[in-house]
Design a binder for this molecule. Structure first.
Ligand code: FES
Length: 113
């Protein structure tokens, strides 16, 4: 069985309203993950590319957050409207969408680099 070529982890973490860090999926709908799954399926990528719901990816202030492996591309502020181009440009084309990319120096601010 071939291994997966690409995994998209979509933060579906939900927190109570007013939490100081906010959250990526305030209503718990997981609609961003569902939209990515649907787009992957529509493009015939389903068997080897997966979109999985994830818990908090610790980039809450920059969310909604999606990380794509194996490239380790971090996207923030992702909306449903971004889904087709994430699949087209990044998953299929291998190109990074700079307007969505979380710069390396903004990732993991608590790591104290
Ligand atoms: S709630 Fe999504 S990264 Fe923390």
């Amino acid at each position: 069985m071939p291994k997966f070529e690409c995994h998209l982890f979509v933060c579906c973490n939900q927190r109570k309203p007013g939490h100081k860090r906010g959250c990526c999926d305030p209503d718990g709908s997981e609609e961003l993950r569902d939209a990515l799954k649907s787009e992957l399926k529509r493009r015939g990528l389903g068997p080897l590319v997966r979109a999985n719901s994830a818990g908090c990816l610790d980039q809450c202030e920059l969310g909604p957050t999606v990380v794509i492996y194996p490239q380790a591309i971090w996207y923030g502020g992702v909306t449903l409207a971004d889904v087709p181009r994430i699949v087209e440009e990044t998953v299929i084309g291998g190109r990074v969408l700079e307007d969505l990319r979380i710069p390396d120096d903004k990732l993991n601010p608590k790591a104290g680099r």
